[in-house]
Design a protein. Sequence first.
Length: 711
Amino acid sequence: MKPQYQVMSLALGAVFAALGGNARAGADEQVLDVVVVSGSRAASWLSETPQAIGVVKQKELRRDKPKTMGEIINRIAGVYWNDLGNEQHSMAIRQPIGTNAVYQYLEDGIPIRPLGVFNHNSLNEMNMAGTESVEVVKGPASSLYGSNAVGGAVNFLTSAASPTPYASVGVRRDNTAGFTRYDTSASNTWGALGLRFSHYSSRRSRDNWQEYSYGDKDSFSLRADYALGAASQLRATLVHTDLDAAMPGGLFENDFRATPGKSLNTFSYRKDKTTRANLAWEGETTRNGSTTVTLFSRKNDHGQIPSYSIGSCVGIVCKGVINNNHVDSLGVDVKHQQGFDWLGSRLIAGIYVDRSDNPYVSDNLNIVRDPASGKYLRYTLATAGDPGGLRGVRDYQTDISNTAVFAQWEFAPLAKARVVVGGRSDAIRYNYHNRLAPGGSDNFGAPNESRSFSHFSPKIGATYALGKQASIYTNISEGFTPPEVSQLYGKTGIADLQPATYNNYEMGLRMALLDGKLKLDAALYRLDGRDTIVSYTVVPGTSENRNAGRTRSQGLELGLHYDAGPFDARFGTAVASHRYVRYQVSGSLDYSGREMPQAPSDITSAEVGYKPLAGARVALEVLHQGRYWMDNANTVKYPGHTLLNLRANYQFAKSWEAWLQVRNLTDKRYADSASSSYSGVGKYVANSQNQYTPGAPRSVMLGLSYTFAAQ
């Protein structure tokens, strides 16, 4: 165990021991009084939830005016949303920074995408303006939410209607980033009916610090709540987002050092259109019991010329692809919650059914590169007469079926203890149809087939109250990820793949100090992955996907929150290690025992705020990312970075608010992402093997908003 783990683990153990003999059982009220819904799919005290959960409340969202989703969730210890520009991103929650399908993204508890077509950029499909709060379940949550909930599950809770008339309008502008955003919202309740409209439109112009980096997004949410009576209600939500963004891509070593604002790309793009509609009925159906039935639909259209696909250059001609991935879903989620007098127990059980169509089309491109600057200038569709023909063209549809049953039983065998036992059984089926003749000279794809998977994901955990000021918890849980559609059907042969599984072992502490002014949340975990899907090179130039990998991630997460008088502060850090236990990529190359790339040794976020007068607040934020290996061979290292951000806001004239945000206050040169293709064998050439996504220089944003709220 690394020294930092030893020190932090000993400190955590000492706190456990001290609390065991000094719990303040005589306190008048519970100070660990946060209510969450993501840990059990029903309202629960956080202190009785045996899993690490981070929460960002509506108060913080309205106060801090986040520009990106990362500014919302990165304040949670152990959560890192990695900015790739224009709301494109990768993620790291108990995993290295990456694009793998190991996270479940939810809206009001319903996945925003079906299994099999995970997109690491999925959070650009969310409407930040329509979000009331965010809950992040860290570690496997497959016992409740099914596939991909391995590193964690991020649940966005939509804003309900206000009881009285409410309206707001706001604008913000950042000249350095060429960024402008407009926000509007309106809400009211008339008798049994409540309505809320939330919208924002953002524009990133071509005139900013980075070449070819425009980005337009429009997003709106409609939510209606209707009380059918004292014991039941309806909730309907409609969310639509439309993103049209450039993909400037990464830079090679020399350009990153000399001209970080340069872009090699001049035409790559991402266009995402998403519409989600949910209709939920909730009511008391039994004594001490309630049922929720949610009908949902999704329509995702994802088109792109991805910058990361451009390569294989011969002289001035390179290869690339243009593709479109569409999802059309219908489903139902039924959940029943039943309370019992015996042992103060509660049963939560339900059924989840999701049916999705997934057509996909891809064509090859011939791309012309400027030999002097290295920029990709223009493209044409590849034709049969080109070298290599049309190899790589795909045109298929996959019908995806996911049916699951889940149950979780909570009970209190002792006055201060609560035990949770649960599990979920998932049945998965892919019906794949290739619209091209498989194996021909002008296409690329697998033969038609149907394939099924099934998996049971268990969980057992317990909490113990050390008085009203603290609680400890532990849990053992399992997460799983089925093969993605692209992993199965991306080549002419169909890989023989099974779901990868991840076993989680976790213990944690929650406590309040200084009469509740200071709150601490700490967790120690280990996550073991087996049957991880990896690419194995059979012979040079030929590779296949195999369930041949094993991984181990372990670390400690610590969060502190303080709020008293004119001062408030938060501190969140995660110290972690992520290793390949087994990863052999060919008969002669083995990375087993190496650290995984893009796995920072520590990630820390801290902020101190001060309220000099009524309605005003100034805050300084520190963001630190530790060093990490850029390659699997552990030969090329990114040194990490530390950034400073400044926030200030002032409410004046009762309904007006102005704010200032300075990002990267010291104008630090850094990379949002750094990777290397060097295998550890042969010659190392930094300028052709290392790639960086440059971070933004210092920028200043000004904002102004007006709010009407009837008393």
